[in-house]
Ligand binder design. Structure first.
Ligand SMILES: Cc1cc2nc3c(=O)[nH]c(=O)nc-3n(C[C@H](O)[C@H](O)[C@H](O)COP(=O)(O)O)c2cc1C
Length: 187
């Protein structure tokens, strides 16, 4: 489906792991998007250099250009992330830093952003959720606070996310809420 009137949501996944639970959350969100909403997973965050102001000058690294364009072209961003050592994984924080510059005009500035995630500990990555939201907000994004899914992985009991209807429904709702928030901004 490629309708220019569709709401386009780009998903950034905070885990590079092949069997990432967070990537499966992102995929389920994409597969269950409501009509009129396209959800695409971004691949390649690991190809970004570490943020460094010395290299944030023309010509900027091609992977940085690709990420910035992908976010700029999207109507909204969904982040699906685990928690690493009580906070946001470095690969995701690095992406946010690149998206936050130029100061005040970064690709994430003014974008509606929802944060979801899964982690092993009992609160499912709540610290990472909160830190990601704070960082995105400082970077210029508009965090949609009404989206709050931090799933303790144990609740899946080894089942694929697709087999857990309440999680599928939470992801469907997250995408719907994010798309509606985007529509409010652009109306
Ligand atoms: C370096 C590292 C640090 C971690 N720290 C936490 C943590 O602070 N809290 C937590 O709930 N899980 C932590 N975990 C476990 C992750 O939640 C778990 O590996 C999860 O499956 C990662 O998400 P993924 O399946 O999308 O890769 C950590 C894992 C790694 C590799």
């Amino acid at each position: 489906m490629d309708d220019k009137n569709n709401t386009k949501i780009l998903v950034l996944v905070g885990s590079l792991r092949r069997d990432s639970v967070n990537r499966s959350l992102a995929q389920v969100a994409a597969d269950n998007a409501p009509a009129g909403v396209e959800v695409e997973l971004y691949s390649g965050l690991e190809l970004l250099p570490f943020y460094n102001e010395d290299i944030d000058v023309d010509p900027v690294n091609a992977e940085v250009v690709r990420l910035r364009k992908a976010v700029a072209d999207a109507d909204a961003v969904l982040i699906a992330t685990p928690e690493y050592n009580g906070t946001i994984p470095a690969v995701l924080k690095n992406a946010i830093d690149w998206l936050s510059r130029p100061y005040g005009a970064g690709a994430i500035t003014g974008k509606s952003v929802g944060v979801v995630g899964a982690a092993l500990a009992q609160f499912g990555g709540k610290w990472s959720h909160d830190d990601t939201s704070r960082s995105v907000g400082i970077a210029g994004g508009r965090v949609v606070e009404d989206i709050e899914l931090h799933l303790p992985i144990g609740t899946l009991e080894g089942r694929p996310v697709t087999d857990v209807p309440e999680v599928v429904e939470q992801l469907r709702r997250a995408v719907a809420v994010l798309a509606a928030a985007t529509a409010e901004v652009t109306a």
